[in-house]
Design a protein around this ligand. Sequence first.
Ligand code: AMP
Ligand code: GLY
Length: 423
Amino acid sequence: MKVLIVGSGGREHAIAWKVAQSKKVDKIYCAPGNAGISEVAECVDIGAMEFDRLVAFAKENSIDLTIIGMDDPLVGGVVDAFEAEGLRVFGPRKNAAILEGSKSFSKDLMKKYNIPTAAYETFNSPNEALKYLETSKYPIVLKADGLALGKGVLICNTKEEAFDGVKELMVDKQFGEAGNTIVIEEFMTGREVSVLSFVDGNTIKIMTSAQDHKRAKDGDMGLNTGGMGTFSPSPFYTKEIDEFCHKYIYQKSVDAMKAEGREFKGIIFFGLMLTNEGPKVLEYNARFGDPETQVVLPRMKNDIVEVFEACIDGTLDRIELEFEDNAAVCVVLASDGYPVSYEKGFKISGLEKFRDKDGYYVFHAGTKLSGEDVLTNGGRVLGVVAKGDNLKEARVNAYEATKLIEFENKYMRNDIGKGLDET
Ligand code: AMP
Ligand code: GLY
């Protein structure tokens, strides 16, 4: 089989690495890819939003299966564009990717189908939003309706902050059209857990749990980032919580989409908060998480291409997902200054030390090739992943492995997965 993967980050590198192990696959392409991905796939210089060129490439090169990693093309309808040409593609259609593409859609869906989530109201006008905020309880959460690179969520401790937030989202339009509508939501407290799942329209199969560290600095301080590291499984995702979520969240979400005439095929990422009142949905994503994928896929035993195909064909009920009984930790090596401002173009050394090092992986997020050299090319540069028998061992291994890699302005958090061993 020939496979095309669309995207260019650490998530797509992990997907490409996993696809490369499939016995069904002979050749992998990635558009646009990065330096690390080019070790397992042929990178082609087509952007993820260039649907016509992607479709033409898939036709010309007789691609048997295309896998979409990123949210923007999914929400923009890339799957529909492939299907219109009779091409096989993994991911939700535009009318289902709205589960991630519109917060007001997903909140209304959860309300209608009684899926546990924070109480909320939706606003199309800044004045209405301000009026509501006059009498709200604080802290409170403002969310831009549309995609905003994970940055459209504002946690406001006071009325003044909330007023500023409304201005930022709806008046100054910091996230463009994404802020035309906002959701104002009750503030919840608790542990956050990410759960990824495969969905074929009817059946949902849950992968192992994971947790992201979104803040830039140790102790969850500093600004929000795309994710500074992850661990899997989450010790807080107990059997009882899993049972609750199966009963009240997972299948109900899939059935709700179907009942709305928006059959969902692809990955649903459940961002959960484990509150005192039980697990509640913080958000849905319609694709693999980044950097959750980097700790989940190395623990997965299945041939992932068989699972992708079962989702497309509606035969996921015949697949048993299997995960190793161990743990994995991913530490992101970033450029100092991320997420605000940072330099790029520094040479990275030590990557070859990961070759054939069993249980250790380095997934590239922002890198590029320059002759023989691999250069830093983004805020998040690499994800260093290690497995271990348990979280503590995986963490020690991952941090040991970060020492193998050097580049100027290398920055990482030192507490990924820390303090979890005794739970
Ligand atoms: P989202 O993109 O909706 O997952 O929000 C990004 C982050 O904001 C989440 O991972 C949480 O840390 C935080 N967040 C979102 N909604 C809430 C809420 N209702 N209460 C508390 N924190 C929240
Ligand atoms: N790690 C969070 C996300 O992928 O949205």
